[in-house]
Design a binder for this molecule. Structure first.
Ligand code: CDP
Length: 865
């Protein structure tokens, strides 16, 4: 691909491309845009603030469609100077030089692959270029030109940019809003689970939607043709997240159906849908595809364009999957990075990271530090250890210009217990970064250094590997590990554990150090250990339980997920296991058909097991309680546990544990979560009663409307006193309201009454029975204590199997996690259900609740009605 450099000041002439020559290209013909421009001026006055562009994107409202011409020719509108805000930053990004070319490729091809380093501007700029070029509107008009009557909706004019991470979708949308000078939800918005800011100005008005990959998949259940979208941008493709991987197949299917409708380019259709012959597809799936095509034709859908973006792409895999796709590689700016390994393996990588950070601070050159650790717990621990270390420094040891020996509060964060671990000590700003951290706290890692700060130390999960951009990093410290979900289909068990990264990940981590100047990467493992790492990370789809994916595919009308076009097909054994699980939950019948119960399940944005738990609550008359429990499980880190392992000062860890024990239920973690939510709701109403009447009315209204509590409730003393994260609770509250809405809505549609106010009695037996019915596949029974020999019993030894269990499914030995409220209980409950498995030093069960074993007799595996 040749490129035409652009200095940012030159005005570009329209680029002409003959489209019909490219295999798989759209064969649409378009008029010159000259006429549209005069109309556009009028529009600009109307939506002065919301629509800022250089092309014809806002020509949506034009009343006449251009007539197709016999000779196929596309004219991409001029790539004039950027408009909007933050122009200087945007024109400095590497992708800016290639924007005309990117638009040209997108207009000319159905699929484009964009490979460029993190921070090149892929995620923020490319969707805006496409939008501002106005090409989607042109294609959409082209597609409806042949229809007898105009369709009701404006199909195919929105761009959906998918992200594997919630935080990336939210922050990118915000950034692009700022860049285009619009308010959130106008031209640009985000759509993540339980949080949707799109279309504030009315139906289909948001033109660039940043969504999690899971959200687009969910949308595809009700709309497999993805009618609203003209382009789907699959970002962070190299991460090969489960949902993005499934999306590749989903968009390929939608493309195949929509291409046939909008053009007679049969060749490209055959290439795209190579699984299209009836022999390889089951008859039912071929029929579904035919129906999709007919529908796409009758609606006048334009072809669906796909843009795959990545920092490092396995180009061959993608080109095989999308034959005829065009690729552009954009060189990033990378300075040399010096690499160092440890001589010997480090058993305690946390300790090694601590020592390395201290040494860099003492002897290193100027520049920020980025430390990669596997998970939140280790990150919080290291933040505490570093904070204590820098606090203890004698003033002489403190870096020059450093602030005095005090912990400073960063503006806007304060000392609230919700402040996370971002603090400045002796001139060193310690920031933490992980997915569960609220976005505004994550933003602290990106902000420029405050006055008096000499160095920023960011401690992050693999989130900083590629999905976010951190400027100014000089040192990277890589522990060589990350957290990963692993599924063993023979046992049907999935667990989250700390495992080695791949060489590709190690290279990405190293690359973070050379963005602004020469950098240093310190790998906390020996070179031989690096040599033995896998080349690339195994795609998630090969490592996880596929029940949710199979349910989603079935919800989209894919009869046989085994013949679905996956980028990397999962093992048939794994898919079979998912059928077994879904069969046991009653979601599919013996012929693999989705049951009406399964349809209900697929509508809930929950893992099938939790969807089943929620749906069971009607039967057990405890919908109110189960709604709360499921929502509380969706919000991570309700309990604030300050300090981590480095905290032996101030006794905060002990204080918080004592505070949490006040909510503890004898029966386990799920009822404990219920207790917290109930206490908070009571407190929230109490706070509202103590407010002046006007404020009180407002607060009460909010509570009644379940719109979410005001900030007063979130940051009330109650949360602080009880070491509860107000934000996490607010999120749970929000999730709860939205789930309630879904339950009611689905009830209306399908005639199944789900009374969300149905509540169990004080004894709560039906609540526990419901938990048992919901989680009946995740049962563990206590292992009998070994017979004690006389000697040890005389010495008063406690039998070692206390808290040791065996799972019913998979027959694995597990222990109750130390953070469970049932940990260490004596006597340990005989039979429990759990919400998840965690593998660290050994296999733990979490979210543990005591049940009566005899209740299980009703729920034999595979025989649930
Ligand atoms: O997608 P890619 O990693 O290539 O880059 P990007 O996410 O589009 O980021 C381009 C630039 O935008 C970065 O260098 C950041 O400075 C800025 N950015 C930001 O300020 N806030 C965000 N949420 C995302 C990006």
């Amino acid at each position: 691909v040749t490129t035409s450099p652009d200095d940012g000041n030159t005005k570009h002439l329209p680029t002409e491309i003959t489209a019909s020559t490219t295999p798989g290209g759209s064969s649409t013909g378009l008029d010159s845009t000259g006429k549209k421009k005069s109309k556009k001026k009028k529009k600009k006055k109307k939506h002065k603030k919301s629509i800022i562009d250089n092309g014809s994107a806002d020509s949506d409202e034009d009343s006449k469609s251009p007539q197709p011409k016999s000779k196929s020719k596309i004219i991409v509108p001029a790539q004039g100077p950027l408009k909007g805000m933050l122009i200087k930053e945007r024109t400095n990004l590497p992708v800016y030089q290639h924007r005309a070319e990117i638009c040209k490729l997108a207009a000319d091809n159905d699929v484009i692959l964009v490979v460029a380093e993190t921070g090149s501007g892929k995620s923020t700029q490319i969707p805006a270029y496409i939008y501002q070029s106005g090409m989607l509107t042109i294609f959409a008009k082209q597609a409806i030109a042949a229809l007898k009557s105009r369709p009701k909706r404006k199909y195919g004019r929105t761009i959906c940019v998918t992200q594997p991470r919630r935080v990336a979708a939210i922050t990118l949308a915000k950034r692009v809003c700022d860049e285009l000078g619009c308010n959130p939800g106008e031209t640009v918005g985000h759509r993540v689970r339980f949080d949707d800011t799109t279309d504030v100005r009315g139906h289909d008005t948001t033109k660039i939607i940043y969504a999690t990959d899971g959200m687009l998949l969910r949308e595809a259940i009700s709309d497999p043709l993805l009618q609203r979208y003209g382009m789907v941008v699959l970002d962070e493709a190299h991460e090969r997240s489960l949902q993005t991987d499934v999306l590749f197949g989903v968009v390929k299917r939608a493309m195949a159906a929509r291409q046939a409708s909008s053009s007679s380019n049969v060749d490209s259709l055959a290439k795209l849908d190579d699984s299209n012959d009836d022999e390889s597809h089951s008859d039912k799936d071929s029929e579904t595809l035919r129906n999709m095509r007919e529908m796409a034709t009758s609606l006048g859908l334009p072809p669906l364009k796909v843009c795959v973006m990545s920092a490092t792409l396995d180009v061959e895999t993608f080109q095989n999957f999308f034959p005829g796709s065009a690729m552009i590689k954009i060189p990033g700016r990378q300075f040399p990075v010096q690499l160092a390994y440890t001589d010997v393996p480090q058993e305690d990588y946390l300790d090694a990271a601590l020592k390395t950070a201290i040494q860099i601070q003492k002897y290193g050159e100027e520049g920020d530090v980025l430390i990669f650790l596997p998970g939140q717990d280790e990150i919080e621990d290291l933040a505490t250890l570093l904070k204590r270390h820098f606090e203890d420094l004698e003033p002489d040891d403190a870096p020059e210009n450093g602030a005095n020996n005090i912990v400073q509060n960063i503006k806007g964060i304060g000392t609230s217990i919700d402040s996370g671990s971002t603090v400045m000590v002796n001139g060193v700003l310690i920031c933490v970064l992980y997915a569960a951290l609220p976005p505004e706290q994550q933003m602290l890692a990106f902000r420029s250094k405050p006055d008096g700060c000499t160095r920023k130390i960011i401690i992050s999960t693999n989130i900083a590997e590629t999905s976010v951009t951190l400027d100014g990093i000089k040192y990277v410290v890589d522990c060589g590990k990350h957290k990963s979900r692993e599924y063993v289909s023979s046992t049907g068990m999935e667990s989250l554990g700390v495992v080695d990264i791949s060489k590709a990940q190690a290279a990405q981590r190293m690359g973070r150090a050379g963005r602004v100047s020469e950098g240093v990467c310190l790998r906390l493992y020996p070179e031989v250990a690096f040599d033995s790492l896998e080349e690339t990370t195994v795609p998630e789809i090969l490592r996880v339980n596929l029940a949710q994916v199979v349910l989603q595919l079935k919800g989209m009308g894919v009869h046989d997920p085994r013949s679905f076009s996956f980028l990397t097909p999962p093992s048939p054994e794994n898919i079979e296991k998912s059928f077994e699980l879904l069969g046991a939950l009653g979601a599919i019948d013996e012929e693999m058909k989705l049951t009406s119960y399964g349809k209900e399940m697929s509508k809930l944005p929950l893992d099938p097991v939790f969807a089943h738990l929620l749906l069971q609550s009607s039967k057990f008359e405890c919908v109110d309680e189960i709604l709360t429990v499921v929502s509380m499980l969706s919000a991570e880190n309700i309990f604030f546990r300050p300090g981590g392992r480095g905290d032996d000062s101030g006794g905060l860890a002990a204080k918080s544990a004592a505070a949490h024990r006040r909510f503890a239920s004898h029966e386990g973690d799920l009822p404990t979560l219920l207790n917290v939510y109930k206490a908070w709701r009571k407190e929230a109403i109490y706070i509202s009663a103590s407010q002046p009447s006007k404020m009180r009315k407002k607060l009460e209204k909010e509570m009644i409307n379940k719109k979410g509590p005001s900030s007063k409730m979130l940051h009330g003393d109650w949360c602080k006193q009880n070491f509860i994260s107000g934000r996490a609770l607010a999120r749970a509250h929000d999730v709860r309201s939205q789930l309630s809405e879904l339950c009611v809505r689905s009830a209306e549609k399908n005639g199944l009454a789900m009374d969300i106010h149905l509540s169990c009695n004080a004894e709560m037996t039906s609540f526990f029975q419901c938990i048992c019915a919901g989680l009946f596949l995740q049962v563990a029974t206590r292992l009998p204590a070994p017979p004690q020999d006389k000697k040890s019993s005389r010495a008063g030894h406690i039998p070692t199997t206390r808290g040791h269990y065996k799972t019913r499914q998979g027959k694995q030995s597990v222990s109750i996690h130390p953070l469970s409220f049932l940990f260490g209980r004596n006597p340990a409950p005989k039979c429990v259900v759990y919400t998840d498995l965690l593998y660290t030093s050994k296999l733990y069960i979490r979210g543990v609740t005591q049940i009566r074993e005899e209740w299980l007799d009703d729920f034999e595996f595979g025989s649930l009605d």
